[in-house]
Design a protein around this ligand. Structure first.
Ligand SMILES: [Zn+2]
Length: 320
């Protein structure tokens, strides 16, 4: 019989877990994952009855204590205030040697005091990171392309962490990745085939309202750009169709935000889909009215974003 849903081996039986910031347990689950060190950087003691979740390079506390360790790029450092990137936390340079060494020992210690370690934030901050003098020097010396050098840095460090958790502490090890199955290599330096032998399982965190819609739309744009290569990518955004309930369509603010995120991810052309001209005029008027939002979106990226926002501004004349 052909496979019905997917290829590959599946866990014998699905299990269900909790994932919490507080050292608490809920009834009725198979396992627990406790955020011993989340991206805000605070640390709590591990628990013997819960897996430990540790974010490595997203670390607000360490970034505050060592601002010179922050990851660098042509579009600025990876402070969480830099709107050019999807960074919700301050993200450190991936090759900072003291942080790497300290985290290795910390992770092994946490592994010894809990059933295992599940990692977050294992990678470079985003596309174009990190361009600090140390990273540039390491890249030049490697003789590799920029993307291949980043991949090697991430893979080599994960091999060290895996050895600490699996071989030395003899505990379960799970690598967490961001929800981007296609362009994690270009953005973060992650190659899933490299990491597969190093980890027992993968974890993908989804549905944070912090990045829900814009994140996924931007990610899909990147994925199609990579897949279509040189052929231009048109994307149509659904504004208002025949018989639509106004409560169930995207808001003008969402459409503007998603359009900007697609622009910076490389979409070539955008189309807006409505039943007719009156719905389009409603959308244009609403877009023009969102002055504050459009100002904020100016900080979301370089030339393509500015071009898009100039285009929306040109509707000023039409909607008078
Ligand atoms: Zn660096």
């Amino acid at each position: 019989m052909p496979p019905i849903v997917f290829q590959g081996k599946r866990c014998i039986k699905m299990k269900f877990g909790t994932y919490m910031f507080l050292p608490e347990k809920a009834e009725g689950f198979d396992f627990n994952l406790f955020r011993v060190k989340p991206e805000v950087g605070r640390r709590m003691p591990p628990r013997e009855d819960s897996y430990s979740n540790i974010a490595i390079f997203g670390d607000n506390v360490t970034a505050r204590n060592h601002p010179d360790w922050i990851s660098q790029s042509p579009l600025g450092p990876a402070w969480r205030t830099n709107n050019n990137f999807n960074v919700r936390w301050d993200i450190l340079c991936h090759t900072q040697p003291e942080h790497r060494a300290e985290q290795l020992d910390y992770i092994e210690d946490v592994a010894r005091h809990s059933p295992g370690v599940w990692l977050n934030s294992i990678h470079f901050a985003e596309h174009g990171h990190c361009t600090c003098p140390r990273c540039n020097e390491k890249w030049q010396k490697s003789g590799l392309s920029w993307l291949e050098w980043r991949r090697k840095e991430v893979t080599d460090y994960m091999a060290e962490v895996s050895e600490r958790v699996r071989d030395r502490a003899k505990k379960k090890f799970v690598i967490g990745v961001l929800p981007d199955p296609v362009t994690s290599y270009e953005r973060f330096g992650i190659n899933f085939d490299d990491l597969a032998p190093l980890t027992d399982e993968f974890l993908v965190v989804m549905f944070s309202k912090n990045y829900a819609t814009p994140w996924y739309w931007e990610m899909l744009t990147r994925a199609f750009k990579k897949t279509f290569k040189e052929v231009p990518l048109n994307i149509s955004l659904y504004v208002f169709g025949p018989g639509d309930d106004p409560k169930e369509v995207a808001t003008p603010a969402e459409l503007l935000t998603v359009s900007v995120r697609m622009a910076r991810a490389g979409v070539d052309n955008l189309l807006y889909l409505t039943e007719g001209a009156s719905q389009m005029a409603d959308f244009q008027k609403a877009a023009v009215d969102k002055v504050e939002l459009r100002e904020r979106l100016r900080t979301y990226g370089g030339k393509p974003v500015q071009e898009y926002l100039d285009f929306v501004k040109s509707w000023d004349k039409i909607v008078q």
